[in-house]
Design a protein around this ligand. Structure first.
Ligand code: THU
Length: 143
């Protein structure tokens, strides 16, 4: 098994719990313009889970993705080092974090496993596989 695959590993029950929290947040999405509801959940070392949903706006470009909503909420709570993330989109849709959210999450843990909903349930991919050579001002943080 490659080093990256090992780092992306997460116990199945943890991945399921995190995806269930992402689904709960998804149910609270405010997405009247796209109709595409997304939920995200972040796990922290102390066991805390912080979730978020996408929040759209009539001025479309102001819309906020679920992942960034979860991460900014966590920072405001004093939680800055997520150990895993989960993202839930509509059923049957592969819903990985968008490029902006990959960069945004990598600021806080560039190597964490990301549980991504897909047609079969979910798959787990390390953030540094989703965002190879991501930009960082901290040497070695994302590579
Ligand atoms: N969206 C997210 O919440 N997360 C992503 O990573 C991709 C896209 C939202 C933004 C917008 O409200 C809707 O999905 C459709 O693009």
């Amino acid at each position: 098994m490659s080093e990256k695959k090992e780092r992306a590993a997460l116990p199945a029950e943890t991945a399921e719990m995190l995806m269930a929290e992402a689904e709960k947040a998804r149910a609270r999405a405010y997405a009247p313009y796209s109709g595409f509801s997304v939920g995200a959940a972040l796990l922290f070392e102390d066991g805390s889970v912080v979730s978020g949903c996408n929040v759209e706006n009539a001025s479309y470009s102001l819309s906020i993705c679920a992942e960034r909503n979860a991460m900014t909420t966590a920072v405001a709570m004093g939680l800055t080092r997520p150990t895993a993330a989960a993202v839930a989109g509509p059923d049957g849709v592969f819903c990985p974090p968008c490029g902006s959210c990959r960069q945004f999450l990598a600021e806080f843990n560039g190597a964490m496993p990301v549980v991504i909903k897909d047609a079969r349930g979910f798959r787990i991919i390390a953030l540094d596989e989703l965002l190879p050579s991501g930009f960082s001002l901290k040497d070695g943080e994302t590579e």
